[in-house]
Design a protein. Structure first.
Length: 267
């Protein structure tokens, strides 16, 4: 059972739940989520898990080189089983949103389709796949606003999530270059080279750091947010300065940024 949990990367799912909750509060919902927000959060968790599982399905051969301990390459879960499992998560996740509002249903369905297309083909295209997956990360914040019916105010947070995740996506192409090169993946690192890929990742990250003050300036989040996000910015800048640990540092920075959003909406 634990392998079926691990293939969904539950930490990513939990972060998506938090993003929906934060987006809903900024859009005007109460701190304690109502039934609609809870249903929306569960649907995002399931769709996120489906995306991770189907990604592993299509990446089974690549993961034999890059991540051999994952459930499929290690033989813990069969490829066909992983495919059926991922599709079931997508169907249940989208079906849950039908009782919310039509916009939430369309967003959930579109996100599921994009995750499937991304795993099947877009991931192998230079930059486009990175843009799609990072856009979906930002969309989790907007989704909370979509459920409430007021998503425009959440756009600055979605943009920050998009920019920082784009940096991590680019850095990951550097980490995965060895396995990707053997399977004709047209990643940024392979097509442009390690140095240029790192410069592109650094650019996205620096823009995220500069833009991080905007939610405070717009009055969306308060001083408590500004204090905690400064820690995230320090970690992001450390990622720029420490290329060998960049991907891991950006992930830590994103966790701190998410914490800053939480602190910002609560305090």
């Amino acid at each position: 059972m634990r392998h079926y949990v691990s293939i969904t990367r539950p930490l990513n799912g939990v972060m998506s739940i938090i993003a929906v909750w934060i987006g809903s509060i900024i859009a005007g919902a109460a701190y304690i989520p109502d039934t609609n927000i809870i249903i929306g959060a569960i649907s995002v968790f399931l769709i996120s898990g489906g995306g991770m599982a189907i990604n592993d399905y299509f990446d089974a051969n690549i993961d034999k080189v890059n991540k051999p301990k994952r459930p499929i390459p290690s033989g813990k879960i069969k490829k066909k089983t992983a495919l059926i499992y991922s599709l079931a998560l997508f169907v249940i996740g989208v079906a849950l949103t039908y009782r919310l509002n039509i916009d939430a249903f369309y967003v959930a369905a579109a996100a599921s389709l994009l995750l499937i297309v991304y795993a099947a083909s877009l991931k192998k295209t230079m930059l486009l796949g990175n843009l799609v997956v990072s856009g979906l990360v930002g969309l989790t914040f907007l989704y909370g606003g979509v459920i409430v019916g007021n998503y425009t105010i959440v756009i600055p947070l979605a943009f920050l999530a998009f920019m920082s995740n784009m940096a991590r996506e680019i850095y990951k192409t550097i980490d995965d270059a060895k396995g990707d090169a053997k399977h004709d993946v047209s990643s940024v690192a392979i097509k442009l080279g390690i140095f240029k890929a790192r410069m592109i990742g650094n650019a996205f990250l620096i823009v995220a750091v500069i833009f991080s003050v905007v939610p405070y300036l717009l009055g969306i989040l308060g001083m408590s947010y500004l204090i905690v996000v400064a820690l995230a910015d320090i970690v992001f800048l450390a990622a720029v300065a420490m290329p060998k640990a960049a991907s891991k540092l950006v992930k830590l920075g994103m966790l701190l940024a998410l914490l800053s959003f939480i602190v910002g909406v609560i305090i």
